[in-house]
Design a protein around this ligand. Sequence first.
Ligand code: BGC
Length: 918
Amino acid sequence: MQDKIGVPIEGFAAFSREVAAEGAVLLKNEQQVLPLKKGEKVAIFGRIQYDYYRSGTGSGGSVNVSYTTNLKDSLKETQMLMIDETVDHLYMDWLKAHPFDNGGGGWAAEPWFQQEMPVDKEVIDLASKRNDKAIVVIGRTAGEDQDNLAERGSYYLTEREEGLIKQVSESFRHVIVVLNTSNIIDTSWMMRFKVSGLLYSWHGGMEGGRACSDVLVGKVTPSGKLPDTIAHRLEDYPSNANYGGKAENIYQEDIYVGYRYFETFNKQAVQYPFGYGLSYTTFEWRDELLRYDTNEDRLSFSVTVTNTGSYPGKETVQAYVSLPQGQLGQPARELIGFKKTELLEVGAETTVSFDVSLAALATYDDSGVTGYKSSYVLEAGRYLFYLGRSVRELYELEVEGEPFTLKTTRLVAEQEEALAPVKAFKRIKPGERQANGEYRIAYEDVPTRMVDLQSRITARIPAEIQKVENQCYTLKQVAAGEVSLATFTGQLTDEELAILVRGEGMVSPLVTPGTASAFGGLSDRLVSLGIPVASCADGPSGIRMDSGHKATQVPIGTLLAATFNPELVEALYRFEGKELRQNEIDMLLGPGINIHRHPLNGRNFEYFSEDPLLTGVMAVSNIKGIMASGAHATVKHFACNSQEASRNKVDAVVSERALRQIYLKGFEMAVKNGQVKGIMTAYNPINGHWSASNYDLNTTILRKEWGYRGIVMTDWWAVMNDPVFGGPAAASYTDHMLRAQNDLYMVVNNYGAETNQSNDQTLKGLKTGTLTRAELQRSVQNILSFLMEAPVFNRKQVFRDHVGFIPETSAIEQEVTPLPEHGRVVIQSHASVTIEIKKTATYRLYAEYVSQGEDLSQVATAILLNDVNVATVQANGSTDASIEQKLPKVSLAKGYYQMTFADVKPGVSITAVTFQAL
Ligand code: BGC
């Protein structure tokens, strides 16, 4: 079969354009400044019109694309507008001397903003005479290992950007600002400048430029809604006082994240509310109805929506509840559902219906104040339901007859206390109600841990599978039902079990080039038992192959959430699933589903929203789309990765209620509604226990309570600590990881799963008792079960660590370095050398390198022989001393080869390459 690795799926990029357009959120449109009309004269300002961002940075943004689109060219492509050429030429000339600054291309090196061209007032004045309208494009990025900061050029506009908007809005009558940003940014300047149109186009992937243009010229009527609240001031966000800590952040705002806080305590702090977004057309709603089925305990709402404007468009109907304050205290509004209509032609109407179970509205009582400790309850009192266009524009739904009231508090589900904080702290809750309907902030003590983790863990250690001697059962026999998984596992030695819980990477030569890891049959004997080697790749918005292979880059998570259209997102991820299969990748490392706790988190772009329901629904669409092809999704980062600074140290100190209702909710939905089979734990600790060794997180809640049947992997080079006593963390504590039932350590060096047995605590733990064989077998069984369901199980396994003969070079312009007897070529960093191979043979390559990365950075350099990529050397963190890495085999005929290096992410310096004849 022809190798289809690196060949993007047809139609995928085009579909992603539709999605990117649907996620654009129009926040202001005075005097119908948009859409731009045919023949209108438009001057476009801001360099980002050319250097249009497609994604945030880091692992989630590293897709190699075959092309990208920018806004200026895309607008030109429509042939609808007269784009001012004078302004265009000014920028084009200036850009020659001021190219895009990628910070040198290293990990987390790209700056948040690109320097703007200074534009004279005169130029703008003259342009305003020639043109009807002006567009100003502002761009921002941020990402993994690089949070936004509360400073100009990051969350705030630079002086030059602000000056540009000011000047343009003083000269032009009609100004539209486009925000091509990965996060929400400060828009308080909207109150100062005369801007008539404001559009968040976010980062729309490789087709983002075209998608934005589609919206601006009205090919697409905007229908995106804000997945986050935009406050007037950064300081107004409830987490602001407890964000950015190095050692810990106390989640004092508790469940009052985003609009849950603002609608309850501080409405006037909001500039643009959650769920808000304008359309070019208008919709009328009528016949809002609420029914309550007492037998089934289900609520149904419906509303009829008519397009009464003059453009076709889609409407989003949002449903909210206001729960009785009761003993627990509640936010003023909570999203309980949303639906998007099909495209409604002018005059067309449709009825939108919801069906919600009463149980879904339950609240977790972590203190026992309702009489039901550690349970989901519905408190007595009056329940109010609303349908709306945003959290602010709501219609209260009347029930026929009596308002909806529960006379007594109801127990919905009894759970066991899990993951409660150890540290005492206070959280906020609604206090006295004021005349304006808002509540004063009151504080209460957060319930702390009562359970004895030691006895919980000990009591639940599974039974050990007895050794099955000298058998050679294969995994195929297990899949065929001829042998039980337990018997199969029983034949594995401790050493083999220990190999199975290690993944290798990055860019393992065993699997699809440039991907994040290989796991499963990482020794000859394991392969002989039919255990395949599976592969996973970043994600979330396209496949990352550091080998340079191409893939389709789709819009960022925040944009997807802004579509409020799960069916559309599912369809997009069906393409993603096909692309994964075609590239022989079993799992995508995505979606990222952490909550937008604070606007500055650099990875917010990979995540969906401040709201857990919207997050969970989007996660499920993503997962279902991918799984439709047979490939798998991996939801990450489980849980509470709320900032990038100190991400592998900062403890999330958070109540059990906030965890269950806000931070874990999306994961719960992914498990229960999406049947996801892959989870990646976060780098950070939660309530003193690192996520990857957090027993209550990975076992009590995830497996026991939610019934998860899949694998849990660590984040790359994560650290763990003792699941009972806490204490210091280290990457070698795989015994603690396994005890918590995080199954798989990601990652050890390539070829290291078998050879580095002494580098971690798995085997040592079996001896010292920090781990039992039964626990190790349990994780191995989780992994084996997964592998039997992974595409690789039915795929002819291609081990890619052998590069076949490559053409030799004929023209030799350089001095030749004959390959010495022991085959080691010492390189002056990044020099290119011509080597002479004296004997036709297959050679195993080894590289020695030093790297200058930061903690957890991912840097890589490819080795090319006669322009053929034969290996990629990958490093994380900094290594002053030279380190040796085993690389693939390559067959070379007698002759000359030019060896060069190509940086994938600068930061690795190769100092020597060894060719060992096999
Ligand atoms: C990131 C993960 C990513 C992994 C592999 C880590 O640095 O946190 O999200 O999937 O690397 O690239």
